[in-house]
Design a protein around this ligand. Sequence first.
Ligand code: ADE
Length: 234
Amino acid sequence: MTLPITVVTLFPDMFPGPLDVSIMKRAQDKGLFSLSTVQIRDFAFGKHKTVDDTPYGGGAGMVMRADVVANAIRHAKKESPNAKVVFMSPSGVKFDQNKARELAKHKDGLILLCGHYEGIDDRVLQSEVDEEISIGDYVLSGGELAAMVVVDAVVRNIPESLGNEETLDEESFDIESERGEKLLEYPHYTRPVSWEGQDVPDVLTSGHHKNIEKWRMEKAFEKTKKNRPDLLKG
Ligand code: ADE
């Protein structure tokens, strides 16, 4: 089954970009998802095809017009009428692994709306958008890079997409402590066993699986305490 993803954007040339290499390329080739774009400007009116205008109430910047953006979204909906419409915005709900898993299950597809300028007329969000998602507490120049991040994270959570389900299970946020805390990944090593004065920890070459598991859990906990103490219950 193919997850159809449509990006509604003023910059369709940015796609597929990184979504056409590596695991994303393989996932597309396997038919796990399809990616298409809709150019918002194609739905603008008049000779100048303007998509934005000055904000009511004054203030800096321009606002994308509700009528133009709504027509672009409605065009995307013709292909996937039951797709979930997600607006990429720094004011959205914070994106995380749980949200990626949830969106990966939405087989009717995703329409990712990318904004530019100061924002989009709020009325189009009221009538056409199901969810507003932020990829983090920083402001990008537009939603396109955020949409790429969301597509990558979502597609990796389509079960067949990695070819190796264990890989997904053992990554950061899939390791849990005994207390049910999500932990970051433990450190990894491969050959050579000794490199520039640093040796691979003995336990990893011991063949003692119980000890290896215990060591990895300890290291995952240490890493989480150092980099993401907010994930621990304290
Ligand atoms: N558009 C601009 N900044 C963004 C962010 N942090 N997340 C999602 N979309 C955005």
